[in-house]
Design a protein around this ligand. Structure first.
Ligand SMILES: Nc1nc2c(c(=O)[nH]1)N[C@@H](CN(C=O)c1ccc(C(=O)N[C@@H](CCC(=O)O)C(=O)O)cc1)CN2
Length: 313
């Protein structure tokens, strides 16, 4: 059986098209959605992601604003800026790019964002609402995974799902979404004693650990759906050779750029699957599409407009 590649880029484009329509209909009613992205410091990957968020907003007609702050910005200064954004009626969505510099308490910052403007879905109010199945702003990457499954016709209800990774951004909300959708969910992490024992039972296996090639073929059930949320940059040729033995295309990509992006699945694992998301080109692309969706949803919620008219809530 040859595995189906789940094309995150194509699904993200489809979602963005739908969001664009929703933005236009809000704009016609005089309510252009507004998104402000806050970047503290100059982490190169974060700079790329925030630029991409602003660019996507512009393409869809969302009024976006990027606030860039020096790496030595104090927590108090950042809290002051968030307070102003919370009070600004033109701002529907606020996003603080992570990671933050170490001297800033990330939890305190995420809790300072108005839950109604929390387009990342990281505020405890949104986390709690998601947990009890109430309408909320849902973290973008896990919400994107649900869209990939749904739009690829992969049923979740009643299936055995395993989530490897327990981060607040991906693992925990992902397991909650799967559970809310009727799956049986096991959550594994660094302390799990026999990881393979769990992963081999998964009909849908979602992995977000940041460990390149962690999941090897012997850990995958024949015919499983593999969702790779890991994005790891390899910048040593010997690591590429070890993970992708005999893969001339990957080595050529490395030789051209000096690094390659890989996921948490060893590529040979795909051969046992019925479908998988590649890295790059899988769920990463959905993160920004879902942020656009959340911004429109926040804009509607703040104006007490129904959200069930959205192409998907
Ligand atoms: N406040 C937030 N910070 C961070 C989040 C988040 O959702 N909210 N997620 C990540 C980074 N991130 C967006 O911020 C993000 C990661 C990956 C991608 C993506 O498109 N990945 C592509 C590869 C892109 C490349 O070539 O580098 C893929 O996997 O195909 C988009 C956004 C941490 N911080």
């Amino acid at each position: 059986m040859s595995a189906r590649v789940l094309d995150g880029v194509a699904i993200a484009a489809e979602i963005k098209e739908e969001v664009g329509r929703e933005v236009r209909s809000l704009a016609e009613a005089g309510a252009v959605p507004g998104l402000t992205v806050v970047l503290v410091g100059s982490d190169p990957a974060s700079e790329i992601y925030v630029r991409s968020k602003v660019k996507s907003s512009a393409e869809l007609g969302i009024a976006s604003n990027l606030i860039t702050l020096g790496v030595d910005t104090s927590q108090a200064e950042l809290l002051g800026i968030l307070q102003q954004l919370n009070e600004d009626d033109a701002v529907d969505g606020i996003l603080v790019q992570l990671p933050l510099p170490r001297h800033i308490d990330t939890r305190a910052i995420l809790e300072a964002v108005d839950p109604l403007k929390d387009v990342d879905g990281f505020h405890p109010v949104n986390v709690g609402r998601l947990t009890i199945g109430q309408e909320s702003l849902v973290p973008c990457t896990p919400a994107g995974v649900m869209q990939v499954l749904q739009r690829s016709g992969i049923a979740v209800r009643g299936r055995d799902c395993v989530m490897v990774g327990r981060s607040d951004i991906v693992g925990k909300p992902m397991s909650t979404l799967l559970l809310n959708a009727g799956a049986t969910v096991a959550v594994c992490h660094k302390e799990t004693r026999d990881l393979r024992e769990y992963t081999r039972r998964a009909e849908i296996l979602v992995v977000a650990t940041g460990v390149p090639g962690l999941i090897t073929p012997d850990m995958v059930a024949e015919g499983a759906v593999l969702i790779d949320v890991g994005i790891n940059r390899l910048d040593r040729r010997e690591d590429v050779e070890r993970l992708f033995p005999g893969n001339a295309a990957k080595l050529a990509a490395f030789d051209k750029r000096g690094s390659v992006l890989v996921g948490d699945f060893a590529p040979q694992s795909y051969l046992r699957s019925s479908a998988y998301t590649p890295v790059p080109g899988g769920v990463g692309a959905l993160t920004i599409a879902m942020l656009m969706h959340n911004t429109v949803k926040a804009a509607r919620m703040r104006r007490s407009l129904p959200t069930d008219v959205l192409e998907f809530a």
